[in-house]
Design a protein around this ligand. Sequence first.
Ligand code: ADP
Ligand code: MG
Length: 728
Amino acid sequence: MSTLRFHAIKKTLDRKPIVFEETERRSAIFGSNVFNEATMRQFLTKEAFNSVMSAVENGTKIDRSVADHISTGMKEWSISKGATHYSHWFQPLTGSTAEKHDAFFETIGNGLAIEKFGGSQLVQQEPDASSFPNGGIRNTFEARGYTAWDPTSPAFIYGTTLCIPTVFVSYTGEALDYKTPLLRALFAMDTAAVAVCKYFDKNVKKVNTSLGWEQEYFLIDRALAASRPDIVQTGRTLLGHSAAKGQQLDDHYFGSIPARALSYMMDLEVECMLLGIPVKTRHNEVAPNQFELAPIFDEANLAVDHNSLLMDVMHKVSERHNFKVLFHEKPFAGVNGSGKHNNWSLTTDTGINLLGPGKTPMSNLQFLTFFINTIKAVNDHEELLRAAIASASNDHRLGANEAPPAIMSVFIGEQLTNVLNELENVTNGKLSPEEKTDLKLNVVGKIPDVLLDNTDRNRTSSFAFTGNKFEFRAVGSTANCANPMTVLNTIVAKQLTDFKVEVDKLINDKEMKKDDAIFNVLRDYIKKSKNILFEGNGYGEEWEKEAKKRGLSNHRTTPEALKAKVSKKAIALFEEMGVMNKVESEARYEIEMEEYVLRIQIEGRVLGDIARNHIVPVAVQYQNRLIKNVKGLKEIYGKDFKKFAQEQLNLIEDISGHISSINSDVTRMTDERRTANLVEDFEKKAHDYCFKVKPLFDSIRYHCDKLELLVDDELWPMTKYRELLFTS
Ligand code: ADP
Ligand code: MG
């Protein structure tokens, strides 16, 4: 009997929810472990406070002498909250977060010690971080990387450590993390958007990017997860026959949250409150044991940090509740995978959401300007946007079970489609006063009424307009949002910059009025962006054919998709917008390709091990039982035995067939892996892993899953889908 599997099931069945009681109002504890504005006022001198605020609001540099005051204030606050250590907290290109804790404690001779934290330790650190991926930027003789304080994301206390959000750059200034290019892209967006806003309101001085992510995840009992070597090592099941009942009855979606999961969520949410993560929504998702958590949106850099922090906190809190959180985009075949929708918008310092229709024709023209420029940006850079969400794990999700496909398209809803159709027909050149009045009254002026009903129910569009924001839905649940946010903000910033140039040209060279010029350029953009607009069901062959006709890319695999990151166009774009230089773009491409190889390599090894060392031996064991049974029948019935043993004989043969297929496929996969490992060129290596190694996973899995249906349940070593997904 398979002891681990049954032991895990028993353990799960015996569990009781860990009682969690909320003792304080959330509003009262919100942000209490964050060095936020209120705390800064309390712990900083006026000069230090003003200096931080000005750095946050205007990007000004913080003077070194002031840094000493700030660090002292931070230290006092941290110690008053029980912290003993500080850490520069950063997001290297591994995708997770990194921290190295140092104690405040310092000796001062004569056996005495004090708590110390100076300005220089706050501002810059040199972690011994030479093992993080750097894509060749830091070669061995200059392996130093620095972390530098990012004052736009406030420090926070987690456990007993003061965490200081930082960027991570090489000695020569190249970005080694996700945050640095994001900050540069947000700056580019601010600059480009403010310039365009000035057409409509001269008072706008800053445009902030907002991000509201929605995190999907699975919760699996810790014992059950531990019983599956594939979940332990790869975060997903590499095999397993689907359960008779999956999600077809839709009885989990938005249903009442199971007691154990709810306790976990409450505990998690309180941790989030302390850390200033404004979590708001929780609900069951479509697949069994799948859930979603969403916060109130925030400034993008902060929201990205919050999401990275959240994923870490989710793991930590799950241990207290005997769960394992699965962030993988497709932990179980045949049921929905997990995404991380990125809701994105732009807001001015005058309080206007630039993607929210306004109350007057002029504010609506501003809305349409940003709306249409965004569509044009996605149209022109769809391939780069696809590359921004590419990963080995997201490959499994895109295009399957209601997830958006690998094709980028923009959904805008019927009403806005009509508005664009009207705008497309405006006169080329100067508009007559009558036409302008008509436009303002009947087209631009009518947007607020019609928008309310704007939804994309089937959710298969990768980029959808949802009332006052765009929702980038193709982002995977494991992703660091900084990557897609960097690309999205860069392409829109570039587009807005070009727009400004074109409009100014019409105003200056053609002596057009400002709104005539804007209408003219927008009309032109609508004509040019038709390919990306798609209102239909983004699922299946029909759309794939249509997308191909339109010339849209459809890269189903990561190695194919990532290439767009280093196209001439992409490198020039990132350079022009000051987001990444060529070295940085190329390094990221290489790192992501290598990561892809490593992931598939690990999966291949784990699958080979499970198939050969767990599945095949059990199949043989069961086959021996059958053989014994057949022999017994023969003893009793002599030459008539076949009448009674036919089923067993068939089974014996079927099992042999599957065993021999598994063995030959595993051998082939191992050989392909060995050959691929010898390939020096990283592009070819990723290609070989993708097209030679990985396809064998499917056939190995097929035969293992067939055996699962044949072999005695008592012997089966791998915890089954119905147990993983339905035991609680
Ligand atoms: P759903 O997409 O599930 O229907 P909502 O549309 O209500 O849910 O919101 C989803 C997410 O969008 C939330 O995290 C919310 O904070 C975020 N969001 C709402 N408005 C904006 C905005 N202007 N900018 C960015 N995110 C936003
Ligand atoms: Mg959503």
